[in-house]
Design a protein around this ligand. Structure first.
Ligand code: ADP
Ligand code: MG
Length: 303
């Protein structure tokens, strides 16, 4: 119905909606032309409604002049597929031990299933996305992660072998820049290759951090399945300076997957990324709330 014929309550509703749009103006200006790296994973990726709203949010960012770059995870989906195939899996310091069989599944789930789904979701919502796999076209060069075995007294077993688990050594930023130039939204699968051409599984937070660093992104957003960094009383820490973050990382209430997130935020900020935020992907439009409201959401780490 035309605005003029609505009840006063309905009129006020639409006026509030219009105000909300206009209130976004300073933030649209602030982020215009900026590259924003978003690690997308966990619950937000599995829930149908959330994944739809995420795709639309990403389309919105692009339409208002930002350059969103998505790096996705896939832990739960990989776990499910390994279970289905009766392949046992184990973790060391939050990293999945990845033998030859496991890396094949990891690659398949990340590249074929998840990457394609995110690209399709964005395209279905009117955006133009392009899937980029870290292990193709020399995109992400990886080195094998080596972890000292603290529990071993033996001289031979000083190192834990996690198999094909890597960390990014070199990222071909020209591949990302070309995708952006073509007007497309890059959707990146966290894989890499070594000199021999072997495929490696890389933690998606680490890939997102390394990409943010190398393309000089203005922001790094790590979506997760908790409110942000929680203190020892399980209360959200709204913001941390880089020095405070460095101190907190060794506390015993920071464990598992939260450790690499904080480490990567610290690394990115030390390399010139202005802000890094760990935020709750379970909240609809969390990316928009972070970018378009004054105090944002989650835990912000700043220099
Ligand atoms: P993601 O898919 O987002 O990478 P992870 O499981 O790897 O998920 O990392 C997020 C998890 O980190 C949380 O679900 C939580 O269990 C764990 N975690 C450990 N310490 C903390 C902390 N201090 N604050 C918040 N989460 C924490
Ligand atoms: Mg994780």
């Amino acid at each position: 119905m035309k605005f003029d014929f609505l009840s006063n309550t309905d009129k006020n509703y639409f006026i509030r909606k219009a105000s909300t749009l206009v209130e976004a103006l300073p933030y649209i200006r602030k982020h215009n032309g900026k590259k924003i790296v978003i690690k997308y994973g966990g619950h937000a990726m599995i829930d149908k409604n959330l994944s739809k709203s995420f795709s639309r949010d990403i389309c919105l960012l692009k339409e208002v002049g930002m350059y969103p770059i998505i790096v996705h995870g896939g832990g739960p989906q990989i776990g499910k597929m390994l279970k289905k195939k009766n392949i046992n899996t184990s973790f060391v310091d939050g990293l999945r031990v990845t033998d030859k069989n496991t890396v094949k599944i990891v690659e398949k789930v990340l590249s074929n299933d998840i990457n394609k789904k995110i690209v399709n979701d964005i395209n279905d919502n009117g955006g133009k996305a392009k899937g980029l796999k870290g292990n193709k076209n020399n995109f992400i060069k990886a080195t094998k992660i080596i972890i000292p075995n603290k529990n071993s007294d033996s001289k031979i077993e000083k190192i834990l072998d996690l198999g094909f688990v890597g960390e990014p050594k070199k990222i071909s930023i020209s591949i990302i820049n070309q995708t952006l130039k073509d007007g497309l939204i890059p959707v990146i699968a966290p894989l890499g290759t070594d000199e021999m051409g072997n495929t490696y599984n890389i933690n998606a937070d680490t890939v997102a951090g390394a990409i943010a660093k190398s393309i000089k992104a203005s922001k790094l957003l790590l979506l997760t399945d908790v409110a942000g960094i929680l203190n020892k009383n399980k209360k959200l820490i709204p913001s941390l300076s880089i020095n405070q973050a460095k101190k907190i990382i060794n506390k015993d209430f920071i464990v598992g997957g939260m450790k690499p997130k904080i480490t990567n935020c610290i690394e990115a900020i030390s390399s010139g990324v202005k802000e890094a935020t760990i935020l709750d992907g379970r909240i609809p439009h969390s990316v928009i709330l972070e970018l378009f409201t004054e105090d944002g959401i989650g835990t912000q780490i700043y220099s």
